[in-house]
Design a protein around this ligand. Structure first.
Ligand SMILES: Cc1cc2nc3c(=O)[nH]c(=O)nc-3n(C[C@H](O)[C@H](O)[C@H](O)COP(=O)(O)OP(=O)(O)OC[C@H]3O[C@@H](n4cnc5c(N)ncnc54)[C@H](O)[C@@H]3O)c2cc1C
Length: 563
């Protein structure tokens, strides 16, 4: 596949997209499909900003019903249903449970919120929840693939949730979806675009230094080279950094008022068992909504919503960690919780529109597209949006871009499967698909299944690559092999060990990261990317520091265990 070139072959692009979060990569793919020549750049890796930090829900957003955002819910549930079909390797149905504490709670606050007035929603009773789920099912009926909602009361409910707080009198269950590795889907959008349209290019670890006389100056942060390109249209998909990116290209804007949100990956086998494949989506005593669901053998818990001024300084604080654990303990008082159960944490900044409200939860999660001009070049700034709706947003922005370029749409992306979701075998065909994969590439069924779980049908390519030369399991991580690391390093636009450890592969997210893993994987990557000893040591140090500082890994694991 095409790699991130250190020097671009071309010096003119129809469209240049700044920011390779999901908004940027979604548009990159959509425009590539229309035959437009696009350059995508990011100062870091693909989907390394907010797009690597979501709750991983592909959802309609049932809580947006309270603010009357029916259009957003209808669009989001439709896109959710499409993603379940187009990316089945990463997006799966998620039964979602709402714990209910009363019969009639929340009627007045929800009416007030619905009318745009401020009101705290600490309780959503049976009536409010049932009405909400009815509307949610109705709005999500287009291209529906999942069952309708259900209410559970009394002993039946208690049988399913023996450890839930006694004050919970009922549960509502409806269906949404979750995406295990959004970072990987982001990469697959880029891969799709590059294979469709040879005129497109991507440059990661590259930032825009300025825009003068119609030329964008780009600076490659890895090899310190510079290049300039001309473009007919700039799309600013800089997420929480949109105003900074605009400043770099000569515009003064105040579009963003970001809020940070943090998540924890908890090692809690009892809670994992109680959840039984379902998410609890629960109101907290302070009027917020938190969630917990089974994730890669552990429990994913989220999230906070706190206004931040500088997105580069956002990290998951001890207070946020304590808050999320306390909220879980409030719902499951019989279980014990402690900071020692936190395997991994992550934080991201929602690129929300600037707002004066003191209730971040009330800011709309819908998107806004601003149009400005720098000189005579139009600039579209993409504010907000959600992972769930990225394709719909890309479609809308692509239509705007095509109009500005005086071009016509050629095809729709609605029915187009993504990455490892292409030619995905149905549940009944899966056993024979896996047996055939195993026998063609001389691996056992367990290994074939692990590759399929990680890469979907791209497992075929990965297994073929791994079979080309003798392969061995990593010493520090027996589920992964040396050749698999080489495949991802050389074929998936990787420029830094962090791209592979934190995004292309579910190593960090599944709680498997350790110093030994980083050392071994950097050693393998060094061969493929011709790193010097000095570069390899720097990669090890930088990524370990990041694992400790940003993701809460114990600096000295032996000491942490003893404590
Ligand atoms: C805590 C949290 C929970 C969420 N949960 C969900 C959820 O469950 N479901 C859902 O659908 N959505 C969810 N979202 C929303 C969703 O993740 C975001 O709306 C989406 O990822 C935003 O994408 P983006 O491309 O606009 O921004 P980002 O992903 O932040 O991308 C912006 C990119 O711009 C780049 N950039 C910045 N400055 C420059 C520069 N000068 N030059 C080049 N590049 C630059 C950055 O490096 C970054 O990669 C959540 C978000 C958060 C933070």
């Amino acid at each position: 596949m095409t790699h991130t070139a250190s020097q671009l072959d071309s010096t003119h692009f129809d469209v240049t997209i700044i920011g390779a979060g999901i908004n940027g990569v979604g548009l990159f793919r959509e425009l590539a499909l229309q035959g437009v020549k696009v350059l995508l750049i990011d100062r870091g890796d693909i989907c390394a900003g907010a797009s690597a930090a979501p709750s991983r829900l592909i959802h309609g957003g049932i809580k947006y019903l309270e603010t009357g955002e029916f259009r957003l819910v209808a669009q989001s549930t439709f896109e959710r249903n499409l993603l379940l079909r187009n990316a089945p390797h990463l997006v799966r149905p998620l039964p979602t449970i709402i714990p209910i504490h009363s019969w009639f709670g929340g009627i007045v606050p929800s009416l007030l919120r619905f009318m745009g007035r401020k009101s705290k929603m600490a309780d959503r009773g049976v009536l409010v929840t049932e009405i909400g789920m009815q509307i949610y099912d109705f709005l999500g009926r287009r291209a529906r693939v999942m069952p309708r909602h259900k209410l559970s009361l009394g002993r039946k409910m208690r049988r399913n949730w023996p450890h839930m707080a006694p004050r919970v009198i009922a549960t509502g269950r409806y269906y949404d979806a979750a995406i295990s590795q959004p970072e990987r889907l982001g990469f697959e959008c880029v891969e799709d675009a590059l294979s469709l349209n040879l005129g497109c290019a991507v440059k990661t670890y590259t930032r825009v230094e300025g825009f003068t006389d119609g030329r964008l100056t780009l600076s490659d942060l890895k090899n310190q080279t510079r290049q300039s390109v001309t473009t007919d249209l700039i799309v600013n998909a800089g997420g929480a950094w949109i105003d900074q990116v605009n400043r770099d290209i000569g515009l003064s804007t105040r579009y963003i008022g970001g809020t940070k949100g943090s998540h924890l990956v908890l090692d809690h086998p009892e809670l994992y068992r109680e959840l039984n494949g379902q998410m609890v989506y629960f109101g907290t005593p302070d009027g917020r909504i938190c969630l917990a669901y089974p994730f890669m053998g552990h429990v994913l818990v989220g999230s906070t919503d706190i206004p931040v001024q500088d997105p580069d300084q956002a990290h998951c604080s001890e207070d946020e960690e304590r808050y999320m654990i306390e909220m879980l303990a409030h719902l499951f008082p019989g279980f014990s919780f402690s900071a020692g159960q936190v395997l991994y944490r992550y934080c991201g900044v929602r690129p929300l529109p600037a707002s004066n409200t003191d209730d971040p939860g009330a800011i709309s999660r819908d998107h806004i597209i601003h149009t400005d001009y720098t000189g005579t070049t139009p600039v579209l700034s993409l504010v907000g949006g959600k992972w769930t709706t990225f394709r719909g947003l890309a479609e809308e922005v692509a239509d705007k871009s095509l109009a500005l370029l005086h071009r016509k749409r050629r095809v729709s992306s609605r029915e187009r499967a993504l990455g490892g979701g292409r030619d995905y075998p149905s549940a009944s065909m899966r056993p024979s698909w896996l047996r055939s994969l195993a026998s063609r590439h001389s691996v056992d069924l367990e290994r074939a299944t692990a590759l399929f779980e990680r890469y979907g049908t791209t497992a075929e390519r990965v297994a073929a690559y791994c079979a080309r030369s003798p392969d061995t399991a990593l010493r520090s991580l027996r589920d992964y092999t040396r050749n698999e690391i080489l495949y991802v390093t050389t074929e998936e636009l990787v420029r830094d060990a962090g791209d592979l450890l934190f995004r292309r592969m579910p190593i960090a997210l599944s709680g498997c990261l350790s110093h030994a893993v980083i050392v071994e994987i950097c050693g393998v990557m060094a061969e493929a990317l011709y790193w010097s000893t000095e570069t390899t040591e720097k990669q090890i140090e930088q990524n370990w520091t990041r694992a400790v500082k940003e993701h809460g890994l114990p600096e000295n694991p032996a000491k942490a265990q003893a404590a």
